[in-house]
Design a protein around this ligand. Sequence first.
Ligand code: FEO
Ligand code: CA
Ligand code: CA
Ligand code: CA
Length: 604
Amino acid sequence: KHHGGDGARGLRFAPVAPNTDDRVTVPEGYAQNLVISWGEPILRGAPDFDPERQSAKAQAGQFGYNNDFLSLLPLRGERCRQLLVANHEYTDEILMFRDYDDQRPTREQVEIAWAAHGLSVVVVEEEHRGGLRAVRRHQLNRRLTVTSEFRLSGPAAGSELVRTKADPHGTTVLGTLNNCSGGTTPWGTTLHGEENFNQYFANAEKVTDPDRAARLKRYGVVGGASERRWEEFDERFDLLKEPNEINRFGYVVELDPYDPGSTPRKRTALGRFKHEGAQPRLTRDGRPVVYLGDDEKFDYFYKFVSAKRMRHGGGRAAHAHNLTLLDEGTLYVAKLTGDSPAGSIDGSGKLPADGEFDGGGEWIPLATAGPEGAVSHVEGMSAEEVYVFTRFAADKAGATKMDRPEDIEPSPKTGKVYVALTNNTDRGKEGKAGPDEANPRNLNKHGQILELTEHRERPEATRFAWSLFLVAGDPEDPATYFAGFPKDRVSPISCPDNVAFDPHGNLWISTDGNALGTHDGLFGVATRGERRGELKQFLTMPKGAETCGPLVQDRHVLVSVQHPGEVDGATVDKPASQWPDGPGSYVRPSVVSVWRADGRGIGV
Ligand code: FEO
Ligand code: CA
Ligand code: CA
Ligand code: CA
């Protein structure tokens, strides 16, 4: 039984019931609108969206596909306006193009996909009735795509491992790929994690050099032709023709969205893996610390501690200094130890004898980058190798194999850090790692959220304590846990993926791949007080969509509706979803804003 509008401050709304409706459902008393959708023109000269007459040139001036991470930044001097930055993780060609032939894509289709990837910067404005709408042709609006210039920065920049025929200095990369989650820095930039870059590179199976083959395999690069066959149109995507191009993807990208002429940087000091969240916080002496997830079954989570202090004040010199903060510092990986007696973690997910999945952990340093160069802390690997093949360094360091670490976010109120572990259906399978106290379920379909407390509450600490805050699933399933809150009073949740905090300090969780038979959604939960663990569903997604990029401000909730209609066998002519434009239209990934119809704050 739910409590209607009861709840912790910020979470006083009637929870939305799980469902399979092909729409975004929000709580009673809340309204929603589309902020921006795939194909909407944002740059001067870009045409209106016309899916039957697409072109690469048009797409390069329009909002990209499959929006994921979102950031909203203040815009001074412009009333009711903010700056929205969005990731465009990947393209669903079969839902973008009528009669798409995946064996024979046309050059135009490939170039449209290049232009539909990347990042968008677009000014948004609050409308009279409360929604947010994109402002077309604002001078800050910007698109970055697979053909835009990016600079490699930090300790691996210029290394032999990242030099190519087109870029013998190893510093300038065209494009960013598969930008998934990210973060917003306190110095006014945004961070964007390059996730599944492996899928864009062809012919790994023909690579004969054993070291190269092993590296490709560890990063999930397999097979012959790539899924989208880009290698047929640009040979840098062919591993036989350009062995190092792939080493230039898999980084955290830093963008200065206030400077439309700036070149975004790939921050190699934060390592190379399938990057997700990158949400910084500051140490007491002002150095940024960034938590980093690597979204793969049995992979690790990391943190970067900068050697440099952030400078405050809006001046140019301070800003230029702050744009170097992520190039020097130490990269660590997490190793966790459970505190329950041996044998009490049996893979069923039932609570151990001491009543909690918890324990201690250490941050193991992998490499340190400084003004005079970088030093490796891993035997047998150079610093450059640690930064470019970070997964191997973490393997050697004995890090803890987690259940798909995605987004990680420190609470701005308590300093505790929340790690979303989406699922791991291979845990405990033959030949795979078995359960441990932080990843306690075999064949884990529903995922969990880990709460981490840095030693003496110092972000730069090298030790921490942890416990599982939430073990997801149907509350009626005994192998679920909601921070000890009564389970007859919470919403079911499966596959926690992205996390965010509201201004009250509540944790908001979006899901990807709900394994309970209903659609993905967005949830809020208190992390403190009597209602700690009271999880409530705030919205649900259309068919086939993943919930991404949640942002919870005082009066608006923003979500990315990513890959609506992405269901096996669906095409433009046989759509699985008709969201958002209705029958006969193409499905369109979109950003949705939600607000309270009476104009008051969210959940108060
Ligand atoms: Fe792009 Fe890990 O989700
Ligand atoms: Ca324990
Ligand atoms: Ca995701
Ligand atoms: Ca987040």
